[in-house]
Design a protein around this ligand. Structure first.
Ligand SMILES: C[S@@+](CC[C@H](N)C(=O)[O-])C[C@H]1O[C@@H](n2cnc3c(N)ncnc32)[C@H](O)[C@@H]1O
Length: 296
């Protein structure tokens, strides 16, 4: 890994193999991050790839700008839920590597890390939206419980929501201490789920993914490949269901006779997961699942 990439791109070899970039192609990286995957794909095509990169986080985008100085690219500060509004044209390769990057966890001020102390922010884009602390303050106890149950699969979500609404934590440490008091020895297992649930809600991550899944396939050129890396089952379930639908021929509901062939081919019959060696070198990769479809 190059020293300027302080985020190890996950499943990098698999991304290159399945998206197989060729000279002269157009690449849309919907989650540019620090530009690690994009750079590896461009290098594989001998430097001859036109990159359009977007990221919701302007801080990551400016690091990517530095890392990709020599590359033919257009970079946008945008959320991929706005893809349709950006009128970017069509692409041979579209990649989305969902979620947060290492700098998000490493900077306590971002509020993503349950190990360090910082404001309960958790926004990918600090130029808009509400922070996790604001979300907690503004949500009813019932809707907070719902967030914790739906996005964190926390069984005692009502009990936790009630305690959070009383304490109204504004820092990661206050939230952690509250969970430790409430759940005791079980807290270390539950805390990551609490942080995940709030992060998903703050950034409306599943809503954004649904928009991406509707829009991105229509932006592929014939022969184009769309690859999505997800990091938790809620995301992977959406990707798997959607890719299956797109790659299933349309049939007559009554007779079962085929009406139209499927516009896409499922390239990855099963999700691609990191090897034990990758997980050992980069523990963050352990929950990654990569799925690819091809526009025929
Ligand atoms: C896992 S990192 C990507 C890392 C990148 N592949 C690399 O190699 O450096 C995810 C990135 O996607 C961005 N992101 C997450 N959700 C987004 C969304 N809805 N729209 C745009 N960017 C998003 C995050 O800000 C973060 O920089």
């Amino acid at each position: 890994m190059n020293s300027e990439f302080h985020h190890i791109p996950v499943l990098q070899d698999e991304v290159i193999n399945f998206l197989s970039p060729k000279p002269g192609e157009r690449l849309l990286d919907c989650t540019l991050g620090l530009g690690g995957h994009a750079k590896a794909l461009i290098d594989t095509a001998g430097g001859d790839l036109e990159l359009v990169g977007i990221d919701a986080d302007p801080d990551n985008l400016s690091v990517a700008r530095e890392n990709l100085l020599t590359v033919n690219c257009q970079l946008f500060h945008a959320n991929f839920r706005q893809l349709a509004d950006l009128h970017l044209g069509t692409f041979d390769i579209i990649l989305a590597d969902l979620g947060v990057s290492s700098p998000h966890f490493d900077d306590p001020d971002r509020g993503f890390s349950l190990r360090s102390d910082g404001p309960l922010d958790m926004r990918l884009d600090r130029t808009s939206g509400v922070t996790a602390a604001q979300l907690i303050a503004e949500s009813s106890e019932a809707s907070l419980a719902n967030i914790l149950y739906e996005y964190g699969e926390i069984r005692q979500s009502r009990k936790l929501a009630a305690a959070i609404k009383v304490a109204l934590p504004t820092t990661t440490k206050e939230l952690r201490t509250l969970c430790e008091t409430l759940f005791g020895y079980r807290a270390p297992g539950i805390l990551p789920q609490v942080f995940q649930a709030l992060r998903i809600a703050v950034n409306d991550e599943l809503g954004a993914l649904q928009s991406l899944l509707q829009c991105a396939p229509n932006m592929l050129k014939p022969g184009g490949r769309l690859g999505i890396i997800s990091f938790h089952s809620l995301e992977d379930r959406l990707v798997k269901k959607c890719f299956k639908e797109y790659s299933t021929p349309k049939i007559n509901e009554t007779t079962g006779a085929p009406i139209a062939p499927a516009p896409f081919v499922l390239v990855t019959k099963k999700a691609i997961q990191p090897t034990a060696e990758e997980v050992e070198n980069n523990p963050r990769s352990r929950s990654a699942k990569f799925r690819v479809i091809l526009f025929v």
